[in-house]
Design a protein around this ligand. Structure first.
Ligand SMILES: [Zn+2]
Ligand SMILES: [Zn+2]
Ligand SMILES: [Zn+2]
Length: 242
């Protein structure tokens, strides 16, 4: 685990006792007092940027398959190649934005909480986030298992997570695979579950707490117990690098 700042005694004690839920809850409470701007501005932007990174990563995965099929059938893949290049630069821009926001986080409690939460490579399989995916009719609502087995490249680690509008499997299920969604269609679909602190505070808070601290209201289990553990699950150091 990467640690930021020197940990106060209370954190050390909770960590030593293995009370990870209390530890993360404590960090959340302390961070709220310490980093008002973090919670008002930076975290909403960070989470929205992660959503964008997931959309790009999932679109790239679908496009890679389309290019493969195009090459096999001798189709002209020029346009697909161009889209692939555009996606690479879009990912890069969003990745830079994520790091810029991250470096501006003021609260050390928040940084330690995030670091601990993300030290589990499959932090996004937290039951709150998997249920949210199922509620949005993502792959967690079906038996396909895409979210558990999504193959994410090492340079796309910030793009891990549940289904977005660009999930190829979801598009196929909904019957619009291969169709390019208009920006209007995308916006209207996003409006159903907006990650927006101002317009959907309760929903936003639920997703934020699970994504950043691994905590859930009314549940005192530690994050590890709330993550669906795939086989060969192991804890890994969180390095917000590229
Ligand atoms: Zn699926
Ligand atoms: Zn999906
Ligand atoms: Zn999912």
């Amino acid at each position: 685990m990467v640690l930021f700042g020197s940990k106060p005694t209370k954190e050390k004690k909770l960590e030593k006792k293995g009370k990870f839920h209390e530890l993360q809850l404590y960090r959340y409470k302390m961070a709220r007092g310490e980093g008002v701007g973090d919670f008002t501005y930076r975290l909403p932007r960070l989470l929205q940027t992660e959503q964008r990174l997931r959309e790009i990563t999932q679109r790239e995965a679908t496009l890679t398959e389309e290019i493969k099929r195009g090459l096999e059938s001798g189709e002209n893949i020029e346009e697909m190649d161009r889209e692939s290049q555009d996606l690479k630069s879009s990912y890069y821009a969003a990745d830079c934005e994520w790091h810029l926001i991250y470096t501006r986080i003021v609260s050390e409690y928040l940084k330690r909480g995030l670091s601990q939460c993300r030290s589990y490579p499959q932090w996004y399989l937290h039951e709150i986030l998997s249920k949210d995916c199922a509620d949005r009719d993502g792959c967690c609502a079906r038996d396909c298992g895409c979210c558990r087995t999504r193959d994410v490249q090492p340079n796309r680690q910030l793009g891990v997570g549940h289904c977005t509008l660009e999930c190829g499997c979801c598009q196929e299920t909904r019957g619009f695979a291969g169709c390019k969604l208009s920006d209007e269609a995308k916006e209207s679909m996003k409006d159903i579950c907006p990650l927006d602190r101002d317009t959907s505070y309760r929903y936003y808070q639920k997703i934020m707490k699970a994504s950043i601290f691994g905590i859930a209201d009314g549940n005192v289990a530690s994050q590890l117990d709330l993550i669906e553990k795939p086989p060969a699950y192991e804890e890994k150091e969180f390095k917000p690098g590229r």
